[in-house]
Design a protein around this ligand. Structure first.
Ligand code: KIV
Length: 272
């Protein structure tokens, strides 16, 4: 069942703040193209993240590092054309904000101007706080991202759970407070212990949206292609698959190939 046009109000950063205040959970999924964005928007998703996971899912790269600012803008503008209701968050790609805060601001402005997205997301805490503050001065809403931050994969060395040790957990909590104070409207918390994630969500007033961060946070995000079962090789514990689309697509394509080869397709009704 899709959301009837008259029944919805556009989701804004204020909507998300109210949802946290009222204890209502926030739903977020990634999308990278017009067609799937249109489907998940009309299905009632609150937030669409144009994630730099497009680098993996759409382009087949091993990491999120290679995707460029222009490629992110291409994906984001396609998504924006497909949506009526959801808030669109656009990932700032690796290398577009770490240099200095002026560079970060000009990258964020380029994203907002050329994609029509509603906000940006950056990975990191105290190390990039100047960039976050500078972007916020331009009136651009910022979502933070802490815990496992895939743009730092070569520093971490592995995609395993982060902040299991006290020192890293304390820094994560301090970073979350810093992002809140700076004026971020929400934070994504990726792959951290559920207890720590709940503590973070209870310690700050902005929504915390988890991926592999347990149930004690204010919302959940998954990569769309993973939850639709299009990526068989990716099997983290936190992933719930709602479809097995890879198998369904394989079956459909096999049937089509067979129908073409046996001259069953097209039949008389399927021609002019
Ligand atoms: O790029 C992405 O898809 C993300 C999510 C995993 C949160 O950042």
């Amino acid at each position: 069942m899709s959301v009837a046009k008259k029944d919805y109000k556009k989701v804004t950063t204020n909507t998300l703040a109210e949802m946290k205040q009222n204890g209502k959970k926030i739903s977020m999924l990634t999308a990278y193209d017009y067609t799937l964005a249109k489907i998940i928007d009309s299905a009632g998703i609150d937030v669409i993240l144009v994630g730099d996971s497009a680098s993996n899912v759409m382009a087949g790269h091993e990491t999120t590092l290679p995707i460029t600012l222009d490629q992110m803008i291409y994906h984001a503008s396609s998504v924006v054309r497909g949506i009526d209701r959801a808030l669109v968050v656009v990932d700032m790609p690796f290398g577009s904000y770490q240099g200095n805060s002026l560079e970060a601001l000009s990258s964020a402005i380029k994203i907002m101007k050329e994609s029509g997205g509603h906000s940006v997301k950056l990975e990191g805490g105290s190390e990039i706080i100047e960039s976050i503050e500078r972007i916020l001065t331009a009136g651009i809403p910022v979502m933070g991202h802490l815990g496992l931050t895939p743009q730092s994969i070569y520093k971490f060395g592995t995609y395993t759970v982060r902040a299991k040790e006290e020192v890293e957990a304390e820094k994560l909590l301090a970073d979350a407070k810093l992002l809140e104070e700076a004026g971020c409207f929400a934070i994504v918390l990726e792959k951290v212990p559920a207890q720590l994630a709940q503590k973070v969500a209870e310690s700050i007033s902005i929504p915390v949206i988890g991926i592999g961060a347990g149930a004690g946070v204010d919302g959940q995000v998954l990569v769309l292609h993973d939850m639709l079962g299009m990526t068989h090789e990716f099997n983290p514990r936190f992933l719930r698959r709602y479809l097995n689309l890879a198998d369904d697509i394989t079956g459909a394509v096999q049937s089509y190939v067979q129908d073409v080869k046996s001259a069953d397709f097209p039949n008389e009704k399927e021609q002019y």
